[in-house]
Design a protein around this ligand. Structure first.
Ligand code: SRM
Ligand code: SF4
Length: 571
């Protein structure tokens, strides 16, 4: 038996494997469903297949019960997630994105995500084609932003050191293109491309006919910033530079943050260091990691299908050696690097190219015209005069990048007039994040985005009460254990359990290199805040100089450190 076969999990394949196999390379009968006026949604397998085209079927959970009472189908609508490697778009593209969001969606917003792209929520089925065609004319697609494929590739947002950033960003784009599905299904269905006869389907040399066992995430990170949270990714490339020239990457494999309540076979896991490679091996290594996971990933039990579980099952060394064999490369000792922080630098900074960059803090990434705070209009007014580009950050913020000095004041005025800059933003707010959750997310168990503003206010009061209001704690709320806000890399992470109930996790660190452990289970918001009040009191008086809250709770053994997730996370 060769190595490849010996690592395959045998048993009855999950139903997702059947539907991918029968999908005619992701075509299914999506086109037929578009003409079905009996439902606002997609039928059978198409419900899943549209994800590979960057869309999720949703309904507004706030009105679900009311509609059921009236014997109405839930108000089916679609969420779209675009593909923007490294999160960079031009002003012209911003204007195009904005032009669709307003009247054409039920919520009217552009939602910046934790993975450097944007989502529309609430698109009705009859508008889908027009939406894809408008985005396509602007040079944007939504291919492979969801489903069992390599997703939007991240790259540290760091326009200041522009040379290095540009080089790293080019790699993020190349990796994204290299790992994209080859099927032309997207163009055929949404852009009215020429139809291919079903007998002659495209080869998928990297992803394979059945695509990957599960979603796959890739990031390029430029230390000392860890804004992309490498440990949330299946595959990360840590940029190593000499004299501001990129010379190669350290490669990390097998990070991931989700778990399932009550199932100890699932857990968040940090990525494992494989070693350093030179630039000429980047695409080969990316491909080898993906194909190893494609061949060895668990296609029987979907809950254990991600790379992090494959690597735990076969062992880090075995996985690494297989990647070396496939990519014809030898990893060498990782080059030294440090991460110092993860937050965005809100406000203006000057780059080494003498251009200016303005990072706008967008709470929850939700760009909408609120009463007295027309954020969406403000972004449009900036885009109309801004000659540089926009950068979406992995912290759900927006950078107006490459502003020439003569436009700086004008752009600042617009941003202030529209509430995009305020002088009262706390350090705590800048280090807090929540996932979308209710009302659109079908998996949400508790509020997250809508709870975040109140939670931050409570936390700010606690910090103030104990005289540490100029400090902050990396604080994140996820509405369920999937952990989309990366609560499992926070110093304080809340994970939704039920309405107004969360598990409280403590002990991540500021750099994002430690998984926090559960401290309270199924606690109310009030219980959580009073617990934090007691712990911040201790931290404020007993911490070492500059000791972060997460490091403090570990040193004081308030929670045990998670070193090896498979061993420590639940014990
Ligand atoms: Fe996520 C599923 C939103 C980043 C782990 N995520 C979902 C869905 C699509 C719900 C669903 O499957 O029906 C959510 C849609 C909510 C909505 O109404 O918009 C959703 N995830 C998000 C976003 C928008 C959160 C945000 O507030 O920014 C992020 C979009 C990223 C993007 O642009 O691609 C988002 N999701 C993440 C992250 C963080 C990251 O990748 O850096 C994670 C944890 C990292 C990881 O993958 O381990 C994450 N999302 C999940 C999972 C759990 C996957 C697993 O390993 O089991 C699911 C559920 C699933 O896949 O079955 C999920
Ligand atoms: Fe939805 Fe859960 Fe992700 Fe929040 S963490 S967006 S509730 S899947």
């Amino acid at each position: 038996m060769n190595n490849k076969e010996s690592q395959v999990v045998t048993g009855k394949l999950s139903d997702n494997e059947r539907l991918k196999a029968q999908s005619k390379n992701l075509r299914g009968t999506i086109s037929e469903d578009l003409d079905d006026i009996m439902t606002g949604g997609f039928n059978g397998d198409n419900f899943q297949l549209i994800r590979f085209h960057g869309m999720y079927q949703q309904d507004d959970r706030d009105i679900r019960a009311e509609r059921a009472k009236q014997k109405l189908e839930p108000l089916q609508n679609l969420m779209l997630r675009a593909r923007l490697p490294g999160g960079i778009i031009t002003s012209k593209q911003w204007l195009a994105i904005d032009s669709f969001a307003g009247e054409n969606t039920l919520y009217g917003s552009i939602r910046l995500t934790a993975r450097q792209t944007f989502q529309y929520h609430g698109v009705l089925k009859p508008k889908l084609k027009a939406m894809h065609q408008l985005l396509s004319r602007a040079g944007i697609d939504s291919i492979a932003t969801a489903g069992d494929v390599n997703r939007n590739v991240l790259c540290t947002s760091n326009p200041m050191e522009s040379d290095l950033h540009q080089q790293a960003y080019e790699w993020a784009k190349r990796i994204s293109e290299h790992l994209l599905p080859k099927t032309r299904a997207y163009a055929e269905i949404w852009l009215d491309g020429e139809r291919i006869e079903s007998v002659k389907l495209e080869e998928e040399p990297i992803l394979g006919g059945n695509y990957l066992p599960r979603k796959f995430k890739t990031a390029v990170v430029i230390p000392p910033q860890n804004d992309v949270d490498v440990h949330a990714n299946d595959l990360s490339f840590v940029a190593i530079a000499q004299n501001n020239e990129l010379i190669g990457f350290n490669v990390l494999v097998g990070g991931g943050l989700a778990m399932t309540h009550g199932d100890k076979n699932t857990y968040p896991r940090k990525a494992s260091e494989f070693g350093f490679i030179k630039l000429d091996k980047v695409l080969a290594v990316a491909e080898a990691v993906v194909t190893t996971q494609r061949d060895w990933g668990n296609r029987v039990e979907r809950k254990n299908a991600k790379t992090k579980y494959t690597i735990e099952r076969v062992g880090v060394e075995t996985f690494k050696q297989e990647v070396e064999r496939r990519a014809k490369v030898q990893f060498v000792e990782p080059k030294p690097y440090v991460f110092t922080e993860r937050g965005d630098r809100i406000g203006w900074v000057e780059g080494i190219d003498k251009k200016f960059h303005l990072t706008l803090f967008i709470q929850n990434g939700r760009i909408l015209d609120y009463p007295g705070k027309a954020l969406k209009t403000g972004c449009v007014e900036i885009a109309k005069i801004h000659p540089g580009d926009f950068r979406l950050t992995a912290n759900q913020n927006l950078i107006v990048a490459g502003v020439p000095s003569e436009l700086k004041d004008k752009i600042e005025d617009i941003a202030r007039q529209h509430g995009l800059i305020t002088d009262h933003l706390s350090t705590q707010a800048k280090h807090s994040m929540a996932c979308v959750s209710l009302p659109t997310c079908p998996l949400a168990m508790a509020e997250a985005e809508r709870y975040l503003p109140d939670a931050i206010k409570n936390l700010e009061q606690i910090l103030k009460r104990h005289g540490v209001e100029h400090d902050s704690i990396v604080f994140r709320i996820s509405g369920c254990p999937n952990g989309c806000s990366r609560a499992m890399l926070a110093e304080v992470g809340l994970v939704g359990k039920g309405p107004n109930k969360y598990n409280l996790h403590l002990g991540g660190n500021r750099q994002g290199t430690r998984i926090p452990k559960m401290y309270l289970e199924n606690a109310t918001e009030q219980q959580i805040m009073s617990t934090l009040d007691e712990l911040v009191a201790l931290w404020s008086t007993e911490r070492f100089d500059d000791e972060g809250f997460g490091d403090f709770v570990i040193r004081r053994q308030i929670v045990a450190e998670v070193i090896d997730s498979a061993r420590d996370f639940y014990n």
